[in-house]
Design a protein around this ligand. Structure first.
Ligand SMILES: Cc1cc2nc3c(=O)[nH]c(=O)nc-3n(C[C@H](O)[C@H](O)[C@H](O)COP(=O)(O)OP(=O)(O)OC[C@H]3O[C@@H](n4cnc5c(N)ncnc54)[C@H](O)[C@@H]3O)c2cc1C
Ligand code: SF4
Length: 481
């Protein structure tokens, strides 16, 4: 612990985002560059607790050595901080930009003061590392002559590829999209995670000896049995991208889309043509309703605002979260509190009101007479506990019609696609995810492993990295250690 009184002297201050109104005029990252002096003071706030809960089960899933690098940043020893960070996290530039930071929810200082700004410090360490050229491709010292095929290039597949390559195995990553990155590329928008940041890491991995194959849909372009024959082990890291639908009257109308249709087409068009090819769903001048919150809903809001939408409403089935932790949600659990994310902030600045409307049930998409949506009918609900179970009760007389020219469904995901696992004869569990025994990454078929959202359900980037690292260890053991 560098400065014993740091947490008494300095208030918490995150690395600021760019001004909300200014940043909605472009698609560049919302983050501002790291300011070393500011981060030194923030690093000094870490108390180096005897039991660092930020690293516990409730904190960072990949066990980042947080107090150690906080201290090194306070002392200005950035290169050593990067070395410590790289021990546990393959891609701090991804988590530093996208992680909701469960570590901060479990920070001991957070019991009675605002937590240490761990995520900002993590992001700064890796950005300073890149700026100084400290992060370079690393070919393994030897090769094992064992080969591994990884299906899916999201954070789980990439983390596993990095770990297996370092162990000397020959790794090939297959991706059916035209670019590498999974949801890092075509889910999370450019303003939250620049695609140049994703490409920079892909290039490093390629230069370290990993082979990437895009536009290959394994199971169609390359059969499951072919890949089984050619490689010593297979990792399925295919994500959980089947969207949850809203099966109410009018669902077939035009201009009702899944969030991922909207976000993927937008990013592709942005990268291919800076949106000049018009191959995206344009929200310009439209009354937009986003149904569902979470990261996906926020990303839809932020994208629609940048297109120049006329109005924006974000509907939630759940109640508005409290401003402070409830008594049944104590430290160090993840705080279930109201968070105003970048998209909400931008919407408030642009339209002068918070876009979020809570406890609304959607009943009907309204037809404009030309098979296009023109509105949404809703009813307010309240949640009541019956026999220990939460149930939704509709409130009479609260029916409401909302204007809408574009409705985006961001209500989560139901699980992974089944085609490829079925071809491989791999079992699913009751949650419809690919089944593995507890604590294992091996599927029901020998030599086939799985990691990431297709194993644990739609989750977080940091969990996908953890899964990829775990699966890599299991595969290495299977291949002889
Ligand atoms: C819109 C959105 C925003 C999000 N924002 C955040 C955030 O801010 N912070 C956060 O922590 N998490 C966020 N998440 C969640 C996070 O992105 C995922 O948990 C994470 O990407 C899962 O990683 P993965 O590697 O398991 O799968 P994915 O990232 O889904 O990658 C799977 C890849 O496999 C490919 N694939 C599938 N089948 C095949 C096949 N047969 N052949 C070849 N390739 C195949 C897919 O094309 C895809 O590229 C967000 C998710 C979404 C949808
Ligand atoms: S990866 Fe996420 S949980 Fe871990 S230290 Fe970084 S911000 Fe915190």
């Amino acid at each position: 612990m560098g400065k014993t009184t740091g947490f008494l002297e300095y208030p918490r201050r995150k690395t600021p985002w760019r001004d909300p109104l200014e940043r909605t005029l472009d698609y560049y990252e919302i983050n501002t560059p790291p300011d070393k002096k500011h981060l030194k003071a923030q690093g000094a706030r870490c108390m180096d607790c005897g039991v660092p809960f930020c690293e516990s089960d409730h904190g960072c899933p990949i066990d980042n050595l947080i107090p150690e690098w906080n201290d090194l940043v306070y002392r200005g020893r950035w290169k050593e901080a990067l070395d410590r960070l790289s021990k546990t996290n393959n891609f701090p530039e991804f988590t530093g930009r996208t992680c909701p930071a469960p570590c901060e929810g479990a920070c001991v200082l957070g019991i009675n003061e605002p937590a240490v700004t761990i995520k900002s410090i993590e992001n700064a360490i890796v950005d300073v590392g890149f700026e100084n050229g400290w992060i370079q491709p690393q070919q393994p010292a030897f090769r094992t002559n064992k080969s591994v095929a990884i299906v899916g290039s999201g954070p789980a597949g990439l983390a596993a590829a990095d770990q297996l390559n370092k162990l000397g195995h020959q790794v090939s990553v297959f991706e059916r999209e035209d670019r590498i990155g999974g949801l890092l590329m075509y889910g999370i928008p450019n303003m939250k995670l620049s695609k140049s940041v994703v490409n920079r890491r892909t290039k490093l991995l390629e230069d370290s000896g990993i082979s990437f194959y895009t536009n290959v849909d394994v199971g169609n372009d390359l059969s499951a049995e072919e890949i089984m024959k050619k490689y010593d082990a297979i990792l399925l890291a295919t994500g959980a991208i089947l969207p949850r639908d809203l099966d109410i009257p009018g669902r077939e109308l035009n201009n009702v889309y899944f969030a991922m249709e909207f976000l993927t087409a937008h990013t592709k068009s942005l990268l291919n043509s800076t949106l000049t090819d018009n191959s995206y769903i344009n929200a310009k001048d439209k009354a937009v309703i986003v149904i569902g919150g979470g990261d996906t809903g926020t990303d839809c809001i932020a994208t629609a605002i940048r297109h120049g939408c006329k109005s924006l409403v974000n509907m939630e089935l759940l109640p508005k979260p409290p401003l402070e932790r409830d008594s049944n949600n104590p430290w160090p659990l993840w705080p279930n509190i109201l968070r105003t994310d970048y998209g909400h902030q931008e919407s408030i600045e642009r339209f002068g009101v918070d876009p979020r409307e809570y406890e609304l049930s959607s009943n009907l998409f309204v037809d404009d007479g030309d098979s296009k949506v023109s509105g949404l009918k809703t009813q307010s609900i309240k949640w009541i506990k019956k026999n220990g179970q939460w149930k939704m009760d509709c409130i009479k007389g609260t029916e409401k019609l909302w204007e809408a020219d574009l409705i985006l469904l961001a209500m989560g995901f139901t699980g992974p696609e089944k085609d490829l696992p079925d071809q491989l004869g791999v079992d699913f569990n009751q949650k419809e995810n690919i089944d593995t025994p507890l604590g294992s990454f091996a599927t029901s078929r020998s030599g086939v492993f799985t990691a990431g959202d297709c194993r644990r359900g739609q989750s977080l980037v940091v969990w996908a990295i953890k899964e990829g690292r775990g699966a890599a260890l299991a595969i290495d053991k299977y291949l002889g250690g």
